[in-house]
Each structure stands twice: as C-alpha cells, then as structure tokens.
Design a protein. Structure first.
Length: 17
C-alpha cells in the first residue's frame, strides 16, 4: 500500500520543478 505516497511524491516533484 503505497499508491498515495507515490502520487504525493510525484506531485511534489512536479511542483518543485
């Protein structure tokens, strides 16, 4: 169970740069 975490990291990465 790590879909939410993965999505959060992906969105954060895109938002960061």
């Amino acid at each position: 169970m790590g879909d939410l975490e993965f999505t959060k990291t992906f969105i954060r990465f895109i938002t960061f740069g």
